[in-house]
Design a protein around this ligand. Sequence first.
Ligand code: ACM
Ligand code: ZN
Length: 503
Amino acid sequence: TPVEGVFRLGASTPVCIESSDERMRWVADALDEVLQPVFGRGLECRFPQAGEPHAVNFLLDASMAPDAYRLMVTTERVDICAGAPEGAFYAVQTLRQLLPVEAFDGGVRTVELPAVEIEDRPAMAYRGLMLDVARHFFTVDEVKRTLDLLALHKMNVFHWHLTDDQGWRLEIHKYPELTRVGSVRRRTLIGKDPGGEYDETCRYDERPYGGFYTQEEVREVVDYAARRFITVIPEIEFPGHAVAALASYPWLGCTGEQYEVRQTWDIDDRVFCVGRDSTFDFIEGVLDEVIGLYIHIGGDECPTKMWEQCPHCRARMRAEGLTAPRQLQGYATKRVERFLQAHGRRLIGWDEILDGGVSPTAAVMSWRGTEGGIRAARQGNPVVMAPTTHCYLDYYQTDDVANEPLAWGGCLPLSKVYELDPYEGLDSLAQRCVLGVQANLWTEYIPDFAQAQYMLLPRLAAVAEVGWAPRRRNYDDFLRRMEHLRLLYGACGYRYAPHPFAH
Ligand code: ACM
Ligand code: ZN
């Protein structure tokens, strides 16, 4: 609700935090980060200190939801009241959006904030982005810039796709070959394979490509995320998308053959052998070194071809009374889930984990449309909606493909992303199982961070709004508000796709 007048925010305006919650310092840091480019420095912070006139005042009110906030800007003062520090953090992001974009040019003494009353909170608890760092690697600084983007959009989950056929990107002390061997591929396919056979017609760059994160760097990222109220969900793919791991330790595969880290894309038959107990010792050893309450174990696109021919896998089927090779994946997933549960952690996986029958506590990420998510929610499993139809930001954003950088395929314009209804097909009881929504950025054809930004923006804003207000949306109104947000992207130095704004 707009109110008459403006508040003059200046470099000498103090910040008063009426709370002893140490995490409110993170909120003050976030405000400093916003105002640093404006005033050349942050504001003086009084902590703890009751609110004052002519100040930006923070107050926590435990009767509000933790992620809810009220933001009151009057000519006299700015008052932010939130249920918990994360709500206050979202208020700071809203404050950033209220600043005139000219302010970000810097060198000003005061800026005018329009007087408003805002009451706000997210409808969905999970508003995420998945970044694939296996097909192309992104540095710690680039990952932090990605987390900045999530913060700007009030998103709160970073799903970190750390392993795949084309690279293992996470240091594991117990298994050093994973990064020594598995983090580097000898070369990479150039462009697309016209035949889909990856035969001699393909061209390669003949340049080694690699990268990985040390555990120290992972802790740094997790800490950076936590200060922005973002949860990191690491993904360790199992039992498919395993070639980099098998190249590192050939005994993880059904045949024991020495493979190379994969240099092309698509689904690979060479997956973890689930007949041998040594494979489970391995994955448990890996997961012991992976931090996080939620662990994503992938589970998508796992062919059974190798298992069908493997004496160990066939013996496993007999011993477990399984009648089809596909059931081996259910066996493997449940075994890993038991391990995670015994260590106080929760399993999340792509919707294929439903096919083998999952426990009611596993969370399901629905990517092959929303059908898997609907099925899972109806049986009471927690669900995140990330269907290819609306959430795959590696797809083209226009049908004018000839004038776009190479992308995976498909066409997913901003308007279509915005149309996602995460509750469609679900009654009110099942709707409660839908934790939220997620955008996925697969990076086969996204070689660098500039390109990643171009694919993310502005479509990430649409996913964010679906998660924030799934029932209260209007595309024209969204587009009108995007005009300001895109100026903010520009002011913050982000690259974004121009298509939705060309009129
Ligand atoms: C996926 O896109 N394979 C989850
Ligand atoms: Zn096997």
